[in-house]
Design a protein around this ligand. Structure first.
Ligand code: PAN
Ligand code: ZN
Length: 189
């Protein structure tokens, strides 16, 4: 319903700032299990041996504009559960945006993570993600997040409705460095 002149209404959307949870009729939820992450981790043999029904991450999204519409903003959160495949932390698939110059904000809400970034020249680096950390993802930068803590990691995201997702390049070639636990701490190798 489009509001009438001088009407005062509820937004119908809630963002719980302490948990990062989104509530509202139009919130979409996606779950990624270990079985959905074939080829994402370096040790594919190990990944295939673990319980395929393990929930690795969940995404909540609010997509108020049509996919691909210019000028709109999408909003979401991601919860990554703690764990590793071998010594590689549980992480998102990661992607470039389909319209590669489209940017994004991420921010840390709960837990400890690492935002892994890669440019088109094959340079990979990472930003520490903590409660309250804010991350601007620049144009043409692939992005993925790993949970490096012992508790669930929750982060928020806001991206343009015409960004789209290119998962192909990452599923084919990966990032040029992997985040692993070495001597008890996260390192890009
Ligand atoms: C995020 C991601 C979300 C899940 O909303 O889509 O964290 O990661 P993958 O999409 O790589 O599985 C975002 O970056 N949107 O553009
Ligand atoms: Zn993105």
């Amino acid at each position: 319903m489009y509001p009438t002149h001088k009407q005062i209404i509820e937004s119908g959307l809630v963002f719980e700032s302490n948990t990062g949870k989104l509530r509202g009729d139009e919130i979409i939820e996606v779950s990624r299990y270990l079985k959905d992450l074939k080829g994402i981790f370096e040790d594919e043999t190990k990944r295939a041996q673990l319980d395929q029904e393990s929930l690795i991450y969940q995404v909540q999204m609010y997509l108020p504009e049509e996919t691909g519409a210019p000028g709109g903003l999408y909003f979401g959160n991601t919860t990554i559960f703690p764990g590793k495949v071998g010594n590689e932390y549980f992480m998102t698939k990661g992607h470039f945006h389909a319209q590669e110059d489209r940017t994004e904000y991420y921010w840390g809400i709960r837990g400890k993570g690492m935002l892994i970034l890669m440019d088109r020249n094959g340079n990979t680096w990472a930003e520490k993600m903590t409660v309250g950390s804010l991350h601007y993802i620049r144009p043409h930068i692939a992005h993925r997040v790993a949970n490096v803590g012992k508790n669930p990691l929750v982060f928020g995201a806001c991206w343009p409705s015409d960004a789209g997702h290119n998962y192909n390049d990452i599923s084919k070639n990966g990032f040029t460095a992997r985040l692993k636990e070495i001597n008890g701490k996260p390192q890009l190798v």
